[in-house]
Design a protein around this ligand. Structure first.
Ligand code: IMP
Length: 179
């Protein structure tokens, strides 16, 4: 369940590769401002489980910049809408330490609450680069790469992304559940 078509495209590719068909519930929901993305995801799931009848999952993600003490973190959505990528680059202007990490928490409801997290470390680029993807993709360069997420194909991003690491755990859970 998401209103973000970029997230859905990534999940669709990864899940279909594993023989799982997704049904998108294109809907936004209130996100409480809590201290961690895990808490935000859990709270949203608890709210939604009263509304959605089938098993469902949501994704809460954030960009954490070391030099800014983890900002924007749980405020990523607000910061994307207000400062946007240009504003983040301005905050990072002349900063030598450009380390950052992207984190995803998948919250899955199947009668129980299940959380799966994935982290990808990297750097904040010096300029906006690339046209693909969404959100902070044009300013995030994963560790050991030269390109931003937005310069990568969907498959390439999915081979290293925070979201794909959380999805892998989610898929392992689903496989075990089936046995
Ligand atoms: P959300 O609260 O999980 O929707 O994400 C917070 C903010 O981070 C939103 O502005 C998203 O566009 C952005 N975001 C989430 N995941 C990614 C990603 O994989 N790449 C770039 N930006 C992302």
């Amino acid at each position: 369940m998401t209103s973000n078509k970029g997230k859905y495209a990534e999940f669709k590719q990864m899940m279909e590769q594993n023989g799982i068909e997704l049904n998108l519930v294109l809907m936004s929901y209130p996100e409480e401002q809590l201290d961690t993305i895990e808490e935000v995801a859990e709270r949203s799931l608890c709210y939604l489980k009263g509304i959605i009848k089938d098993d469902f999952f949501i994704d809460d993600s954030g960009l954490f910049i070391e030099q800014l003490k983890g900002f924007p973190g749980v405020y990523s959505s607000y910061v994307k809408r207000t400062l946007d990528n240009e504003g983040i680059l301005r905050l990072m202007d002349s900063k030598i330490n450009r380390k950052a990490e992207f984190k995803t928490c998948i919250a899955y409801y199947d009668g129980h609450l299940n959380l799966f997290t994935g982290v990808t470390r990297g750097y904040i680029a010096k300029e906006i680069k690339g046209k693909r993807g969404f959100g902070f993709d044009p300013i995030f360069i994963p560790e050991n790469r030269k390109k931003t997420y937005a310069e990568m194909t969907l498959e390439e991003k999915n081979s290293i992304s925070h979201r794909s690491k959380a999805t892998l755990q989610f898929l392992n859970y689903l496989k075990k559940k089936k046995i």
